[in-house]
Design a protein around this ligand. Structure first.
Ligand SMILES: [Zn+2]
Ligand SMILES: [Zn+2]
Length: 217
């Protein structure tokens, strides 16, 4: 059973001292048993995406509800943590509070052996199954998925952030009337000066005809 070996490798050596490993022993295996718990942990590294996430070591408040069901332990919970990142428009640092909800089923390994007999060849689902190991479960993969799903896709410092000036990169929120004498304008000014010179020489021409023969001075 290659899947089984793979899962065991993934779950290998859960350490009950790890901040994201939880013990379900007190809950017991009687279906319907409930246990609530809270835990404050230091955020593991890379909790988020490049633009925004929970900084390593930031306080993550976990609020969990463990429910014993026939096939394992259903874990429902919320993670709250400070988010830091930068505005996608103006690149200013920003801070948010993240609240990420999650729900995950951790199956008893032996229950899984039984269901495997009935469940033939549904490989995709098998790989998503998480298992209890010695009554322990590892919340880390669930927490990571929940945090990434709860992140704002396009974090902005404020909804109407005007972003950066495309010409010079100045922050437009600091300088809303900011504009440039564009390079194109400078060239036009030179041409206009030339046109006026031409007009001076050919006073009977309409102003718009002056561009027809710019060499003539
Ligand atoms: Zn911004
Ligand atoms: Zn500018």
């Amino acid at each position: 059973m290659p899947q089984r070996r793979k899962q065991e490798a993934l779950n290998a050596r859960l350490d009950h001292r790890s901040p994201l490993v939880f013990d379900t022993r007190e809950l017991g295996r009687r279906p319907g048993a409930l246990k609530r718990l809270t835990r404050s942990i230091d955020a593991p590294v890379d909790l988020g995406i490049e633009m925004i996430g929970v900084r390593k070591g930031a306080a993550v408040e976990l609020d969990l509800r463990l429910e014993s069901v026939m096939e394992g332990v259903l874990v429902t919970g919320t993670a709250r943590a400070p988010l830091t990142g930068e505005c996608v428009r103006c690149l200013e640092p920003l801070r948010r509070e993240l609240a990420a909800d999650f729900q995950e089923m951790y199956s008893y390994s032996d229950a899984d052996d039984r269901s495997r007999v009935a469940d033939t060849g549904d490989d995709a689902e098998e790989e998503d199954t998480l298992f209890l190991e010695d009554d322990l479960f590892d919340l880390e993969p669930v927490l990571r998925d929940a945090v990434v799903l709860a992140l704002p896709l396009q974090p902005v410092c404020r909804e109407d952030c005007p972003g950066l000036c495309p010409e010079c990169g100045a922050r437009l929120a600091d300088d809303p009337d900011h504009h440039h004498q564009e390079a194109v304008d400078i060239r036009w000014a030179a041409l206009q000066g030339l046109a006026e010179t031409v007009q001076d020489g050919e006073k009977d021409n309409a102003p718009r005809d002056s561009g027809d023969d710019p060499q003539e001075k």
